[in-house]
Design a protein around this ligand. Structure first.
Ligand SMILES: Cc1cc2nc3c(=O)[nH]c(=O)nc-3n(C[C@H](O)[C@H](O)[C@H](O)COP(=O)(O)O)c2cc1C
Ligand code: SF4
Length: 658
């Protein structure tokens, strides 16, 4: 058995050419949007250093652009600009201080880009528009191909000058190299198109040029897409053949893997909790059997035992744990020291990592308020205080954990027998059980850090005062609200009435989606599973609009179709009345709707209406405490009902200020 106790392989070292990693846990490449003006920042250095300090075996940075024609999103690092080198040094020195190697991923996104930032035509093998960016690229000419290759070599030199231990070539889900490899996007008839050998030519030329640029003392890896999951694209057999060609050069030290195309099948690259863990392991396992160099497997590694098992089964030589280490910088160290249950397990919710990338904001994490804020120091606590927290949802638990970890005495009251607040409800619907981890993790940490957890106790001002608190944090959540159009019809209910067991809709059910997120879509699925005929109506242009940014839209649509859920858009509820006594469905609801683009009226007759609408703050206790003269801070929904991330961030912020 290796160091790391129960793990047979995870904490064994491995050579990647000239670089030795101390364990098999890779913090694989991912965008952060931490760059400013095309340059790396102090936040990059602090972010990667935190994962190095937390025990990662190898860090691979986000992509660095290799050419001025490649600027698909605002905060991309412009590796082609030599001004990046001082920032590179700050990153590599911060990571090397923890004795961890760090590689730079370099890339040209090709046709998977827009000209919005660069004001230059995007380059690609052929004029095939990308389905996301919807821009016809310029087919590169031979002299431009030479520029592309030279660009990779120049950027590799910048990286080595900046102290990186090597380079990873992104040839996988978003890259001009992938564009050349794929018959879906490469329609060329010259020596860079046609056969797989021809389509791989650019990749092999880049490998040669970059190896020449970095010399033998630095590692070189290639990231390959194992299955594009698009019509006419490459599949696993092509990926294995490309990997063999790469391996045969003798100039590459490892192969990293990926699945999908970033702009067409992104939902499989950063798969949400709808997709089972291990879903992409067929890729490294097939490649590993065909090449001599180590192979990295990536995709929903959530816990160290699962990672160790993949290594044990010979599926891969290293495991990429990306969101797992975004969520918990100490993933590896906690596993190695036998404290795996303390890991803040990633939920694969995609809300604050992938979701924020799509919105051009800096990378964060729904359950880790420090992610994205590593460069901002946390002030020391002023003195040991007694802190009373009311409410055991994510906001209250986070406030309690942070306060306790800062040395305060913390008492938490929760009126229900179980902790978790609305997370319990949110996780009770189909395919969303992993959401429960957000409070499971916090409960473990609350117990470990000595929070007194008083469940089944309704906090009153007298109970709170009896603790002689120096500070009170109120996290009492939100309650369902009755939309103006619902009148008092007993069969117009809230999603929480359904999920908390107060209402049992049957027959024909209309779910009204005014939130555009899982509340409506998940409840619709649950009701369809219970045999209801379900229609979702929304005032938006698409049902579950925000499922798009968390990459749940595709899986939702597949399931909705299979379950017969009807989706109707652009409809605003205008009123709900009772079905007349002598008409069908008996006891049902007449729901009046207006199609807002045309102003025309529609009507649905159904057995039940279930509302997914905005909630109201549950702030009665806070008001009573303030009236009693106490200083009380509200966090999360009782301040303003939003999503879980707001509660976690506010719980942390309030506790840090104590
Ligand atoms: C926010 C985000 C941005 C990403 N950007 C990149 C990237 O720039 N280059 C890359 O090769 N992979 C990128 N990826 C994909 C990851 O390397 C990895 O394949 C994916 O997250 C699945 O691993 P996980 O389940 O451990 O998170 C990104 C992933 C995330 C979550
Ligand atoms: S936001 Fe969700 S998916 Fe992203 S790292 Fe955090 S827990 Fe994981």
């Amino acid at each position: 058995m290796s160091a790391g106790g129960q793990y047979r392989h995870l904490f064994t070292p491995l050579r990647l050419g000239p670089v030795t990693v101390r364990n098999r846990i890779v913090f694989s490449a991912h965008l952060t949007n931490y760059a400013a003006g095309g340059l790396p920042t102090e936040q990059h250095a602090a972010y990667y250093a935190a994962r190095a300090a937390g025990g990662a075996g190898l860090i691979i940075t986000e992509e660095h652009s290799t050419h001025v024609t490649d600027w698909p999103y605002e905060k991309l690092i412009h590796g082609f600009n030599p001004a990046v080198i001082p920032g590179y040094r700050r990153i590599t020195e911060a990571v090397h201080a923890h004795d961890v190697p760090i590689l730079a991923q370099i890339n040209h996104n090709g046709g998977q880009a827009s000209s919005m930032y660069s004001r230059l035509p995007v380059w690609a093998p052929s004029p095939v528009p990308d389905p996301l960016f919807r821009e016809v690229p310029k087919a590169v000419e031979l002299h431009e191909i030479r520029q592309i290759v030279a660009g990779y070599a120049t950027v590799a030199e910048h990286c080595i000058a900046g102290g990186f231990d090597g380079i990873e070539l992104q040839c996988s889900h978003s890259s001009i190299v992938r564009g050349f490899l794929s018959p879906a996007t490469n329609h060329r008839t010259d020596r860079y198109g046609g056969t797989l050998g021809n389509r791989t030519r650019l990749l092999l030329e880049i490998v040669d040029a970059v190896r020449e640029a970095i010399g033998p003392d630095h590692a070189l890896g290639v990231r390959i897409c194992g299955d594009e999951l698009i019509e006419g694209g490459t599949g696993i057999e092509d990926a294995v053949a490309v990997a063999q060609m790469v391996d045969a050069t003798g100039r590459v030290d490892y192969i990293n893997t990926s699945i999908g195309v970033a702009t067409a099948t992104l939902y499989m690259i950063e798969a949400s909790m709808q997709v089972p863990p291990g879903y992409a392991m067929f890729i490294p396992s097939a490649i590993r059997q065909a090449v001599g160099v180590p192979v990295v497997g990536v995709g929903r590694f959530k816990d160290p035992l699962q990672a160790d098992r993949a290594l044990d089964e010979g599926l891969c030589d290293l495991v990429g744990v990306v969101r797992g280490q975004i969520a918990d910088a100490d993933f590896a160290a906690k596993a190695r020291s036998g404290h795996a249950t303390d890991i803040r397990t990633c939920l694969s919710c995609n809300q604050e990592c992938v979701g924020r990338m799509g919105l051009n904001r800096w990378l964060g994490c729904i359950e880790n308020p420090r992610t994205g804020r590593e460069a901002t120091p946390v002030p020391a606590p002023r003195r040991r205080s007694t802190v009373v927290v009311v409410g055991g949802g994510p906001g209250g638990l986070q406030a309690a954990v942070t306060a306790a970890e800062r040395g305060h005495r913390v008492v938490l009251f929760e009126r229900h027998d179980r902790l978790g607040g609305q997370v319990q409800v949110a996780a009770s619907v189909p395919s969303r059980a992993e959401f429960l981890d957000i409070t499971r993790n916090l409960i473990v940490n609350a117990r470990r850090s000595g929070v007194e957890l008083r469940t089944g106790v309704e906090a009153t001002p007298d109970l709170v005062v009896a603790e002689h608190p120096d500070a009170v944090v109120v996290a009492t959540g939100a309650r369902p609200s009755r939309p103006w159009w619902a009148a008092d019809h007993p069969r117009v209910v809230d999603v929480r009435d359904v999920l908390e067991g107060r209402a049992f809709p049957q027959g024909a059910v209309v779910v009204v989606d005014e939130l555009g997120f899982h509340q409506a879509t998940s409840t619709a699925e649950l009701l369809a599973d219970r045999g209801c005929r379900v229609e979702i109506v929304t005032n938006g242009m698409v049902v579950g609009q925000d499922l798009g940014i968390t990459l749940d839209m595709e899986t939702w649509n597949v399931k909705a179709h299979a379950k017969g859920i009807v989706q109707s858009v652009d409809l605003v509820p205008m009123g709900a009345s009772a079905v007349p006594d002598d008409e069908e469905p008996a006891g049902g609801v007449v729901l009046a709707l207006q199609h807002h683009p045309t102003g025309t009226d529609q009507v649905r007759r159904c057995d039940w209406v279930v509302c997914s609408v905005h909630q109201q703050p549950e702030d009665g206790l806070w008001r009573a405490l303030v009236e009693a003269g106490l200083t009380a801070h509200r966090v999360g929904d009782c301040l303003a009902p939003r999503r879980a991330q707001a509660a976690v961030v506010e719980g942390h912020r309030v506790a840090v200020a104590l």
